[in-house]
Design a protein around this ligand. Structure first.
Ligand code: ADP
Ligand code: MG
Length: 349
C-alpha cells in the first residue's frame, strides 16, 4: 500500500548467496567486547564472564506480518526489537543477534537491503552485534528467524515465577496503542482494496502507528530500576496484552492479583481512536498486545522509590492464589481476568 515502485530492482540471482550475505553485512562494526568473531566464519565466537540468555523468534509472511502495510525496514527493526525485549524481560542486556532468512525470488536485493537497514538500525540503537545467520531460498514468501543472545549476572536475572503476596504490580509506558495502530492499518488496507486510488487517512495518528510499526524494548526501564537499586521479583514483557501477561505471572508464581482498571496507563490518542472504533480503551490495553512494555512486580518496601520514577505506573498488587486474578473496574466491580481480558469486560456492558 505504501510501496515505492519507482525503485531500482536487482534480482537475487545476480549476487548469489555469498554475494548477498556480503552485501548485507559488509558495513557491520562490532560494538561489544564480548564479540570475538562475527559474520564470516563457520560460527560466531562470543566470550563473556556473565550468564548467557538466549531467545528466538520465527516470523512467517502472511502469518506474523502483512507486507501490504508493513515497510520492510520497519519489519526488520520490529523483528529485532521484539527479540531484544525478551532479554530485557529477564532483566538482561541483549548483546548479539543471529538472523536466518528464507526468501523467494519475488524479493529483490533492494528489498532485503531495506529489511537489513531496519535490523541494523535496531542493533545500533541497542548496541547489539549482528554476528551471523543463514540465508536460503523459499518457494513462497519471506521467513525470518531471529535468535538473540544476552547477558546478565546470575543474581540479577528475573523470572516470571517470583511474585509474592503483597508485591506491587507495575507497568512501564502506556498500553493499547500498538493494537489501535494495527486496527487503523487494517482499516486503511480495506479502504485501499475497495479503491486503490484512495489515499490512506493516517494523518494525526503518528504516535499510534509508530507504536505498531516501530516498537521499542524497554531497556531504559530495567536500567532505571537498577540505578535505583530495585530488582523486580518477577517480570515479563507485554507481547500478548496485559491480561494474558498478568495471568502468566500469577500462574507461574502460584498467586492471584488485583488489577485496577483506573490505574492502567492509556494514552489519550489511544482512547480517542478506541472510541472512534466503538471499543472500550481498557479492552485494547488488556487484550491488544504488541506494546512491548514491561510488566513487573516489586516489594512493597520499594513503593516510595518506584512512585517517583518516570514512565512507571503501579496498577495493582499480588494476592493469594485463592482470591484469583481479578480486574477491579472503575465502577468498583470485581471481574475475573481471562487471557483475552475481553469477555470479562463485555459482561460489564
Ligand atoms: P555455512 O555454509 O558455514 O553455514 P554460510 O555461507 O551460511 O556458512 O554463512 C557464511 C557467513 O555468513 C557465516 O558467518 C554466517 O553466520 C553469515 N550469514 C549467513 N547468512 C546470514 C544472514 N542472513 N545474516 C547475517 N549473517 C549471515
Ligand atoms: Mg549457513
Amino acid at each position: 500500500m505504501f510501496e515505492d515502485r519507482s525503485k531500482k530492482r536487482t534480482e537475487l540471482g545476480e549476487l548469489g548467496e555469498f554475494g548477498l550475505i556480503d552485501h548485507l553485512t559488509k558495513d557491520i562494526i562490532y560494538k561489544n567486547a564480548t564479540t570475538l568473531k562475527g559474520v564470516g566464519d563457520d560460527a560466531a565466537v562470543i566470550h563473556t564472564k556473565l550468564t548467557t540468555l538466549v531467545s528466538t523468534d520465527l516470523l512467517v509472511e502472511g502469518v506474523h506480518f502483512d507486507l501490504s502495510y508493513t515497510p520492510l525496514k520497519h519489519l526488520g527493526y520490529k523483528a529485532a526489537v521484539v527479540n531484544f525485549s525478551d532479554i530485557v524481560a529477564m532483566n538482561g542486556t541483549p548483546t548479539q543477534l543471529v538472523v536466518g532468512i528464507a526468501v523467494s525470488n519475488r524479493y529483490s536485493v533492494e528489498a532485503l537491503e531495506e529489511l537489513y537497514d531496519g535490523i541494523k538500525l535496531a542493533c545500533e540503537k541497542y548496541k547489539v552485534d549482528l554476528v551471523g545467520g543463514d540465508t536460503t531460498s523459499s518457494t513462497s514468501g519471506l521467513l525470518i528467524s531471529m535468535t538473540i543472545i544476552g547477558e546478565a549476572a546470575t543474581e540479577d536475572i528475573v523470572y516470571r515465577n517470583g511474585a509474592k503476596e503483597g508485591n506491587l504490580l507495575c507497568v512501564s509506558g502506556n498500553l493499547g496503542a500498538a493494537y489501535m495502530g494495527l486496527l487503523l492499518l487494517e482499516r486503511e488496507k480495506e479502504v485501499y482494496k475497495a479503491n486503490p486510488a484512495a489515499q490512506p487517512e493516517l494523518e494525526g495518528y503518528d504516535y499510534i502507528l509508530q507504536r505498531q510499526l516501530k516498537p521499542e524494548a524497554r531497556l531504559d526501564i530495567i536500567q532505571l530500576l537498577k540505578e535505583n537499586n530495585i530488582k523486580p521479583t518477577s517480570m515479563i514483557d507485554i507481547s500478548d496484552g496485559l491480561a494474558s501477561e498478568i495471568l502468566h505471572i500469577c500462574k507461574q508464581s502460584d498467586k492471584g492479583c488485583s488489577l485496577y482498571e483506573e490505574k492502567i496507563p492509556i494514552d489519550a490518542t489511544t482512547v480517542s481512536l478506541a472510541e472512534e472504533f466503538k471499543m472500550i480503551p481498557t479492552v485494547a490495553a488488556l487484550s491488544g498486545g504488541e506494546d512491548y512494555e514491561v510488566l513487573f512486580t516489586i516489594e512493597q518496601s520499594d513503593f516510595e522509590t518506584v512512585k517517583k520514577l518516570a514512565d512507571i505506573q503501579i496498577i495493582g498488587h499480588i494476592t493469594d492464589k485463592n482470591s484469583g486474578a481479578n480486574l477491579i473496574t472503575s465502577s468498583g466491580a470485581v471481574i475475573p481476568l481471562n487471557a483475552q481480558g475481553w469477555d470479562a469486560l463485555k459482561e460489564k456492558e
